[in-house]
Design a protein around this ligand. Structure first.
Ligand code: C2O
Ligand code: CU
Length: 504
């Protein structure tokens, strides 16, 4: 319960200390909102779209007039967006031109195990010594099952799944958090004809919004407790890392507190929390203090059955919300601010929309959005499993455990049968957003009660609040092989809070 969480919080911080940037920060709502470019396939023959992404270090202008060296997918942050169609497979050739090994995971994808980005399936850069067995920073463990490539790797995704906003990001064992912080994240959108025909706001009125926080050093570089992996072993760094790293600059699509001009009509916001550890509760507030409705049409894994109206939306790391907001009735020339109710000072502001002009609105939000959502019932489950997500000892230091154990690629944790429905009961000490690879799930209960309104739909990440428990239900459907579940506080994940899921 809460007292356990309180006891724990005396030993480890529940939320990380926010890092302060060491240079002047720009005013809010002046930088225009960038929209990530859409990547063009290099070929489309044989029913497969082929893409190429080079992972490379470039210097980007994140803060106006400041150069920030970042690790990027194809030279931008976020990386380029991949637009996919349901049922049409894609292959992405990633080329690692960074100074460290990388692993790509398509988050929310119904991926085959060989392309799921298992944390030891490394892509080594040119010149990186080939380990006899792939090795791991913290533990020196080996993983004989790892498939290691040099320089490039082809990831193939069937895209046999509901339309949804997915994202791809680094997933290297023990080093995911610093790699994402440095910039290794991008969007992938799956669409189909049924969704296209609904009449939801589209074209320039559909906006992907990837929200992150960062902090900057005086020289413009990203500030982080240990951006150099070798520093991770130094005293103090481990502790700074433990709760999850927060920055004092809020970025949307890589721009600080941006502003975007809109017509006074409905817009569809595809919101992703791509932050390492920061939680948000988003609300839309007009200049005269009015709160606009946030009409949720989709969750992590695509459309809801029917829209759900919220006054504010809690969003944990890795969660996505598909939200329609109507700017009709907002005076032309005024701002609608997107505010994080959990922030303070400058981290309260996220971004703003400037309502530029009246316009005709041909969009609609149908009362029925989709009819193909799975409706598993408790009685369908062949098994109930319990997992605790708690702080504990990892290799002699503080870390994070699932069911009392830190991640070990060589240890099978959970074996499930393909096609089985299971209920998992999850309990947390502090805030843990729990993510399951491959299988979308539904939230059955939260804190022993009905799920909350924002738990609606098909999810792949559920935000457990401090001391809270939740039950999820899913059918392990898709492919046999080795997958994962883990906390998506990226630092918790790196510090042990991950487990193997074997589908047989
Ligand atoms: Cu978003 Cu296992 O990851
Ligand atoms: Cu966690």
């Amino acid at each position: 319960g809460l007292s356990a969480a309180a006891a724990l919080s005396r030993r480890v911080p529940v939320t990380g200390a926010e890092l302060a940037s060491a240079l002047p920060l720009p005013p809010a709502f002046e930088v225009p909102l960038p929209l990530p470019s859409v990547l063009k396939p290099v070929t489309t023959s044989g029913g497969v779209d082929r893409y190429e992404i080079s992972q490379r270090e470039v210097s980007l202008e994140i803060l106006p007039g400041v150069r920030t060296p970042m690790w990027t997918y194809h030279g931008t942050f976020p990386g380029p967006t991949i637009e996919a169609r349901r049922g049409r497979p894609i292959t992405v050739t990633h080329r690692n031109e960074l100074p460290v090994p990388t692993v790509v995971h398509l988050h929310g994808g119904r991926n085959t195990p060989d392309s799921d980005g298992y944390p030891t399936d490394l892509v080594l850069p040119d010149g990186w010594p080939a380990p006899a067995h792939p090795m791991h920073g913290m533990a020196g463990m080996t993983d004989p099952r790892a498939v290691v490539t040099r320089l490039t790797r082809d990831y193939t995704f069937p895209m046999d799944q509901r339309p949804a906003l997915l994202w791809y990001h680094d997933h290297r064992m023990d080093f995911t958090a610093p790699a994402i912080w440095r910039g290794l994240a991008g969007l992938q959108i799956v669409r189909d004809d049924a969704e296209d025909s609904l009449g939801l706001p589209a074209g320039p009125r559909e906006l992907p919004l990837a929200i992150t926080d960062r902090a900057f050093d005086a020289d413009g570089g990203l500030r982080y407790p240990a951006l150099d992996p070798t520093l991770r072993e130094q005293p103090g760094v481990h502790e700074a890392y433990l709760a999850g790293v927060l920055g004092d600059v809020i970025l949307v699509n890589g721009a600080p507190w941006p502003v975007h001009e809109v017509d006074a009509v409905r817009h569809r916001l595809r919101v992703l929390n791509a932050s390492n550890a920061r939680h948000y509760e988003l609300e839309a507030v007009t200049d005269d203090g009015r709160r606009l409705d946030l009409v949720q049409v989709g969750a992590d894994q695509g459309l809801l059955e029917a829209p759900v109206t919220h006054q504010f939306l809690p969003i944990a790391p890795a969660e996505r919300y598909d939200v329609v907001i109507d700017f009709a009735g907002v005076p032309v020339g005024s701002l609608v601010r997107i505010v994080n109710r959990l922030g303070s000072g400058r981290t309260r502001d996220v971004m703003a929309f400037r309502v530029a002009r009246k316009a005709a609105d041909d969009s609609r939000v149908p009362r029925t959005l989709s009819t193909d959502l799975p409706t598993w019932r408790r009685s369908d489950a062949v098994r109930v499993r319990d997992f605790s997500f708690r702080a504990g000892r990892v290799h002699g230091g503080h870390g994070w455990l699932i069911g009392g154990l830190p991640f070990d690629p060589a240890r099978p944790d959970v074996t499930v049968r393909l096609g089985d429905v299971e209920v998992w009961r999850l309990v947390a000490d502090v805030h843990h957003p729990v993510h399951l690879h491959l299988a979308g799930f539904r939230v059955l209960s939260r804190g022993g009660k009905q799920p909350l309104p924002h738990d609606a739909g098909l999810k792949d990440t559920v935000s457990l609040r401090p001391g809270e428990s939740a039950e999820i239900i899913t059918r392990f459907d898709g492919y046999r092989g080795r997958y994962l579940f883990h906390c998506h506080n990226a630092e918790h994940e790196d510090m042990g809070m991950m487990a193997n899921l074997e589908i047989v």
